[in-house]
Write a protein that binds this ligand. Structure first.
Ligand SMILES: [Ca+2]
Ligand SMILES: [Ca+2]
Ligand SMILES: [Ca+2]
Ligand SMILES: [Ca+2]
Length: 506
């Protein structure tokens, strides 16, 4: 076994053209056996390996072996030739050395052509017709050693597409042959010896970011590759808050209702480029002026370049840093809006917006918020953030009640920010117990905020959620084990007379 492995390793290393490095293919004939090169997709027409020992001493080229054509008796480029394997050509010079075997003949020359790959060809080699790009003739019929230098054509260099290079030897008159050695081709080996020497598959990648066009959701943008939507590319989740915290109050969960969709845009290295947050303001059954935002748990503020699209009207209770994040916070905090009623106007009757079916419906308003993590490939001063460092669970949403910055209301068991006022904890019905990881829950584990994946038909004004949703308390107090579908419209789950349905849903 071991011997076989070593043999195949040697075969591969030598067979890819005698020697191989990442930048070029080399054919120096030193294997002494053309079958080795043939097995690795080189091809030869009327040309054989010949050892220096078999040549008269003044004809020897470099090393122990060279290639020798048959007598060059016509101008047909398909008579005597060498053809490379499929390569991805790089820019640079094709070089080799050559000399004639005798001083006879009228004309001797070398022609170089490239052959493009056609995977759909009926021809088993999948080769298109050769295109000549270089022609050189011996200046006179002599035995001198010539170095041939031909630039890789710009049309194929660095194209990322597979080509072969065809080197043809031509002549008229006489019977001298050509000797050739030390051939160098700039490019990357791209044949597949295990598949009839066809080209390896090529994945089109127009922007060169390493993500193929088929998978790249930004195929012409090298700095972006993927969208990562929550809850889906065309879906919204819903946040609903009760603003009487730390008291249960009317517990109607309609004091701030916001639909949201997040898109964490990443590049080919799974680094966050930006977070696009779409927030649809739907209802605020509140007399308070409530704000809304979120903390990125575990993400320091210096990892964010900037924030745009927020609505921070005229109030002054929020202080921002130059990057648009809230000041005096150790983790990144985005205040999306500081006063709901600046954005959706109260209809002029009753206490709330879109929570009383007898009052006028106020059209929803949408805020598109962008958090920028990288600008044209450059991260913020704090360095890049990987997608898995910002799971959806690290979005820590909260409201700020009535412009009292310290009075934050978060989802159950989400931590307060640095600016929360600890005096509120364990007052009213709040039973926050940091030592147990318990936050924003009553002693009975009831929350003050919920996030629902598939939307939420919230209660009408001042009707407790437990009266509208008949299994809410069992669900919440069991930490979600009982009635996981409590919010669905199943028989016996809701009292529809206590739920607000917007006019379009009626
Ligand atoms: Ca790409
Ligand atoms: Ca891209
Ligand atoms: Ca309420
Ligand atoms: Ca309310």
């Amino acid at each position: 076994m071991k011997k076989t492995s070593v043999f195949f390793f040697a075969l591969i290393m030598m067979g890819l053209g005698g020697r191989l490095n990442a930048q070029q293919l080399i054919l120096d004939f030193e294997s002494g056996n053309e079958n080795i090169e043939l097995a690795n997709c080189w091809a030869f027409g009327a040309l054989a390996y010949i050892s220096n020992a078999a040549l008269t001493p003044n004809l020897a080229l470099n090393g122990g072996w060279a290639g020798r054509t048959k007598p060059l008796t016509n101008l047909n480029q398909n008579a005597c030739w060498i053809k490379t394997p499929w390569i991805l050509p790089y820019s640079g010079n094709i070089t080799f050395i050559a000399r004639l075997t005798a001083v006879n003949g009228t004309l001797r020359g070398i022609r170089l052509s490239y052959i493009s790959y056609n995977p759909n060809s009926s021809n088993s080699s999948k080769e298109n017709t050769p295109v000549e790009f270089y022609s050189w003739n011996w200046p006179s019929i002599n035995l001198g050693l010539y170095t041939i230098t031909a630039p890789m054509p710009a049309a194929i260099a660095n194209s990322g597409q597979p080509y072969k290079i065809l080197v043809s030897f031509v002549g008229t008159g006489g019977n001298s042959r050509a000797l050739v050695d030390d051939m160098v081709f700039p490019g990357q080996y791209w044949s597949d010896p295990s598949s009839n020497c066809l080209a390896q598959s090529v994945i089109a990648d127009a922007d060169g970011d390493g993500v193929g066009d088929q998978d790249d959701e930004y195929p012409t943008d090298p700095f972006r590759a993927f969208n990562n939507y929550y809850p889906s590319s065309n879906g919204f989740a819903t946040l609903a808050f009760e603003d009487n915290w730390p008291n249960k109050g009317d517990y109607d969960f309609n004091d701030v209702v916001v639909d949201y969709q997040l898109n964490r845009v990443t590049n080919s290295q799974n680094q966050l480029v930006e977070v696009l947050g779409t927030f649809v303001l739907k209802a605020s059954g509140a007399s308070y002026k409530n704000g809304f935002g979120f903390q990125l748990n575990g993400i320091p503020s210096d990892k964010v370049i900037g924030v745009s699209g927020t609505n921070l009207g005229s109030t002054t209770y929020i202080s921002l840093m130059s990057n648009g994040l809230e000041a005096a916070q150790s983790a990144a905090n985005v205040i999306v809006f500081d006063n709901f009623t600046d954005i959706m106007q109260h209809p002029g009757i009753g206490t709330g917006i879109n929570t009383d079916p007898t009052h006028p419906f106020v059209p929803y308003q949408t805020l598109n918020v962008t958090l920028t993590f990288m600008n044209d490939g450059t991260p913020a001063v704090g360095g890049p953030v990987l997608l898995n460092e910002l799971p959806i669970s690290s979005f820590n949403f909260y409201i700020i009640v009535n412009q009292d910055r310290g009075r934050e209301v978060h989802l159950a068991d989400y931590v307060p920010t640095n600016l929360a006022n600890p005096a509120y904890f364990n007052s009213g019905q709040d039973d926050t117990q940091p030592g147990q990881g318990k936050y924003y829950k009553t002693s009975n584990n009831l929350p003050w905020a919920i996030s629902l994946l598939e939307g939420f038909d919230y209660p009408i004004e001042k009707v407790g959620i437990d009266k509208a949703y008949l299994h809410f308390v069992e669900w919440a107090s069991s930490n979600g084990e009982l009635y996981p579908n409590w919010s669905e419209n199943d028989e016996g789950y809701r009292d529809n007379t206590k739920i607000y349905y917007p006019p379009s849903a009626k």
